[in-house]
Design a protein around this ligand. Structure first.
Ligand code: DP6
Length: 388
């Protein structure tokens, strides 16, 4: 029996992937850029065990067994890893041995918090460790076929997924732009508005967008290529002002395309829109960008903010979005945030205060590294079966 356990990070897109040019191979219509978040706060964890005695492939997701269908994206990733193992001459584990796989997320699944990205990245990375395959560009093409955004979670720091031009997808790969220690004070506050399952999953939403939105064509041809160049420059030069503006504009354009889809896809809700107004008001009062929002296919906000500005931003959030749970132990999660002596509070006096209890909780995290293998005592499977 061979077993490996790994963790893989969530990534949040700054320039969004939205739309495929090939459904099965998961080839995108445009390049995207993301930042990888620290696995200390948010991660997927996966154990893969291979044994000669297992009769079938089995998988448990967050403790529940899920079907391992022949046609699934899961099977596709497994086939691709087997192909790479054979090609690399790796003989560690015979590809005929069946696998038992257990995976857990330490955050809500399908809440627009990139759980599929971390999940598939973790699966593919764990399989690569099991079969002794190196982490390289080709491995990112495997993760991409699980869930597009997963290819970006194979690296830490800032990552670009290149759309590629070839029909077989071999050049649609993720590459690191800069490691996590390039901009270590880049922090994130995730405002969890609602952890319910999202209504229109990303896969279906983007299919409909490609079919029906005229705006998406303009985005792909005229907007994204230039934004990619400018965001890469902003990251390289630690230019938070340019970084913030590109990030917010790209989030807005993605949601504009969701609304331009017919019938429309609505991912943001009233609370999300009030966060957008708040961030603009706040930045205006601070005299420059101190925070940048981005929203994926759900209502939760992800705010990028430099570490030195986190305490002040949080105090403004607490003022504008009062919460009965604010002093409780589970409202503020993740990295600790020192309280500010609110010297500049007069600047915030005129900000609109919103209805109470708009968020469930807030997660404070930061840029982080790529997937990692853990020691055997972290295994989620004992003799091939999940821990009860
Ligand atoms: C809004 O990667 O979940 O988060 O490839 O169909 O599995 P599939 O979609 P998925 O889409 C992510 C969309 C997004 C933007 C992004 O992460 O770039």
């Amino acid at each position: 029996m061979f077993s490996v356990t790994c963790v893989a990070p969530v990534n949040i897109a700054l320039i969004k992937y939205w739309g495929k040019r090939h459904e099965e191979l998961i080839l995108p219509v445009n390049d995207s850029i993301s930042m990888t978040l620290s696995t200390d706060e948010l991660c997927a964890k996966t154990t893969v065990t291979a044994s000669e005695s297992f009769e079938t492939n089995r998988m448990w997701l967050n403790g529940e067994e899920v079907p391992f269908e022949e046609s699934s994206r899961l099977q596709r990733c497994l086939n691709e890893v087997h192909r790479l193992a054979v090609a690399s001459g790796s003989q560690k584990v015979p590809p005929t041995w069946k696998l038992h796989i257990a995976s857990v997320n330490n955050f809500p699944t399908a809440a627009g918090l990139a759980s599929s990205a971390a999940g598939y990245a973790c699966l593919v990375y764990s399989l690569s460790r099991l079969y002794d395959i190196p982490l390289n560009e080709e491995l990112t093409t495997v993760a991409r076929q699980g869930s597009g955004s997963a290819c970006r979670s194979l690296y830490g720091g800032f990552v670009q997924w290149h759309r590629g031009a070839l029909d077989d997808g071999s050049d649609s790969v993720a590459r690191q732009i800069a490691p996590s220690d390039h901009w270590p004070n880049m922090h994130v506050l995730i405002l969890v508005v609602n952890d319910a399952r999202k209504k229109t999953a990303s896969t279906r939403g983007m299919q409909q967008a490609v079919k029906t939105s005229q705006l998406i064509k303009h985005r792909v041809d005229q907007v994204v290529p230039d934004r990619i160049i400018r965001l890469r420059e902003a990251i390289a030069s630690h230019d938070f002002q340019a970084f913030a503006e590109i990030t917010m504009k790209d989030s807005n354009q993605f949601h504009a395309i969701a609304l331009d889809t017919y019938p429309p896809c609505v991912y943001m809700n009233d609370v999300s829109h009030s966060i957008v107004s708040f961030v603009h008001d706040y930045n205006e009062r601070m005299g420059s960008y101190h925070a940048a929002y981005t929203f994926d296919a759900g209502p939760n906000a992800c705010l990028y903010v430099l570490a030195e500005h986190v305490p002040h931003l949080l105090s403004a959030i607490q003022k504008v979005f009062p919460n009965d749970l604010a002093d409780g132990g589970t409202y503020l999660r993740g990295l600790p945030i020192p309280k500010v002596q609110d010297a500049e509070s007069s600047k915030l006096d005129s900000l609109d205060v919103h209805a109470k209890n708009a968020f469930r909780y807030i997660i404070h995290t930061k840029v982080g590294e790529g997937p990692k293998e853990l020691s055997a005592d972290n295994s989620l499977l004992i003799n091939g079966l999940p821990l009860k």
